[in-house]
Design a protein around this ligand. Structure first.
Ligand SMILES: CC(C)(COP(=O)(O)OP(=O)(O)OC[C@H]1O[C@@H](n2cnc3c(N)ncnc32)[C@H](O)[C@@H]1OP(=O)(O)O)[C@@H](O)C(=O)NCCC(=O)NCCS
Length: 161
């Protein structure tokens, strides 16, 4: 059975912080904000690269690119991948990107993005929501633990490029 779409309705009428921000799917019009936020995450990107990246991700119904929109514009970004596993019947959801604009941190935007990722994961009957984060991101570790995530493993990586 195919994984199917993550429902669009889950976001439709939800304002994570009423009157302040709305979590919605990213569009090509958000390209400049997406590039800015990737840069703040330490992964510099060009605005003109973003539409093609978004289009690639949009071909996979198990991936969502979410932005936190406010009256100031886009102030946060999260991506969620739903993964089917051979060793579990239920899929896993993974938060694969999370960044809040430097000027808007500490105002609940990150919490709202993660809450939406959790709703998507529940909707897809995922077993759990996981995230990997670099050892140097000690602020992020404290944030995830504050939100109820527990430290259960290590990440190893080998760079090819
Ligand atoms: C980590 C990050 C996404 C958090 O987003 P944020 O909008 O600043 O966090 P919030 O304001 O939603 O905080 C949610 C809760 O976590 C707590 N928290 C956030 N950062 C914290 C920190 N450094 N230490 C302790 N607690 C922290 C807040 O106090 C808040 O608690 P409360 O709601 O119970 O009062 C943001 O700081 C960021 O973009 N950091 C740089 C990029 C990054 O490290 N991303 C993660 C990559 S894996």
């Amino acid at each position: 059975m195919g994984a199917g779409d993550i429902s669009r309705e889950v976001l439709s009428d939800r304002r994570a912080t009423p009157g302040l921000i709305q979590i919605r799917d990213a569009t090509a019009d958000d390209a400049a904000a997406l590039a800015r936020l990737c840069g703040q995450l330490g992964h510099p990107a060009k605005t003109e690269e973003m539409p093609a990246r978004l289009a690639r991700l949009a071909t996979d119904p198990n991936i969502r690119v979410l932005v936190a929109d406010s009256h100031e514009g886009v102030v946060g970004l999260a991506t969620v991948h739903v993964r089917h596993m051979i060793n579990h019947e239920a899929p896993l959801a993974q938060l694969t990107t999370l960044v809040v604009d430097e000027q808007f941190r500490g105002q609940g935007v990150g919490r709202a993005l993660v809450a939406t990722a959790e709703r998507l994961a529940h909707e897809r009957a995922c077993k759990r929501l996981i995230v990997t984060t670099a050892l140097r991101r000690t602020d992020a570790h404290a944030f995830y633990e504050r939100l109820g995530f527990t430290h259960t493993g290590r990440r190893y990586g080998k760079d090819f490029l």
